[in-house]
Design a protein around this ligand. Sequence first.
Ligand SMILES: Cc1ncc(COP(=O)(O)O)c(C=O)c1O
Length: 397
Amino acid sequence: MPGFELFGELEKQEVNDVLDNGVLMRYGFDGMRKGHWKAKALESELQNTFQSKHVQLVSSGTAAVSVALGSAGVGAGDEVIMPTFTFVASFEAIMMLGAIPVLADIDDTLGLNPEAVEAAITPKTKAIMVVQMCGSMANMDALKAIAEKHNLLLVEDACQAIGGTFNGQPLGSVGDLGCFSFDFVKTITCGEGGAVITNNEKYYTNANHYSDHGHDHVGSDRGAETHPFLGYNFRISELHAAVGLAQVKRLPEFLDIQRRNFNIIREALSTIPEVVFRTVPEGGVESCAFLNFFLPDLETSRKVIEAFKNGGVDACWNYFDNNWHYIRKWDHLKNLKSLFPISKEVKEGLEYLQTRTFEKSDHYISRNISCLIKLSWTEEEVKQRANKMAELIKSVL
Ligand SMILES: Cc1ncc(COP(=O)(O)O)c(C=O)c1O
C-alpha cells in the first residue's frame, strides 16, 4: 500500500518548487509564489481522481473525519454510528466534536453490518460513519438505503481504500461526504495530510472555512477576510501537498502494481480450502491495498501469524490482538481516560461500552488475517512470498 515505497524524482521536483519560492503556506503570499499553488493543484487532481465536485485538503485523515462531520452540523450530544473494526481515529474524531461514538458490529465484508446499524439508531443519531477497511467496502447499497430511510448523513471514511470502487464510483464518493488520509503509510502520501470530498456545496464551503479558523477566503488580503463562524486550524502545508501532488499523478501506476501483487498471493492461497476470502459486495472492486481472509478459528489464526513471523513473512496481522484497530483493546476509551473533563452527555452516552459485547465482530476479527500488499516487491519476490505463505498456512492446518 504505501506510496512512500516508490518515492522518486517527481516528489523531489514538486517539493523543490516550494522550497525555491519559500512559500510553505497554502493560502496567501500570492506575489512570492511564482505561480505555485500545490494544495490547490492537489485538490484539483483529487476532484478528478475521486470524481467529486469539491475537495478540501486538511492536515490528516483524523482531521478529515472531524471536519466532515462538523461541516455537516454534527456536534454536541449527537450520536454517530461507527464500526468496531477501524483505526482508533474514528472514535477520536467523533469525540473531538463532543458527539457520541456508537459502535456497531461488522460482518464478513469487515465493514458495518447493516442490521447492526439499523438496531443502533436512536432519536439522537445524526450520522452513519462507514469505514472502508483494508482496501474494500461494507454493503453500501444497504447502508445507503438505511441512511435515506432514517434521514441520516452517510459519511465514508475511505482512508484505507484509495482506488477502490463501488458500482464504478470511487470509494469515498458514495456517501454524502468522504474522508481520506495521506499519512506516511497510505497508498498515496503527503507525509501527513488528508482530504474531505463532497458534492454538497454547503458542506464544502463549511469545510473550507472551518479548517482555517473560519476564514471566508474571499479576496487576496488574508487579514481583511471575515469569519462567518468558529473554526480551527486543520490546514495542510504546501510542502506536504507538493509530495501528494507527485504521488497522485502516480496513483494509476501504484494501483496496477498493487493489483498484480494482490492477485498473485490470492491465487496461491485460493488452493487452500480452509482459507475463505472476505466478502466484497456485488458491484465492488477492491483497491488491493490488503488481502484479507478468514481461517477456521482464532487459535489457527494466531498460529498462522506466528508461523508467518518465524518464516519471514512480514506485514500480516490478526486484528483481534491489535491495540489500535479493534474495540477489544481500547481500554483507554472504554474507561474514558482523558486529559480533560468530558461532558456529562458524552459520559452517559458511552456507558454502554462497560457492558456491551460484540460477538459478531469477534467472530470475524478473531479469524481474520490481513496482509499488506507492498508496491516495492518484484514479481518474482511476490511469487516466492505467495508460495511461502501457502506452505506456512498448510503447515498449521
Ligand atoms: C480508517 C482510518 N481512518 C482514519 C485514519 C486517520 O488518518 P491519519 O493518520 O491521517 O490521521 C486512519 C489512519 O490510519 C485510518 O486507517
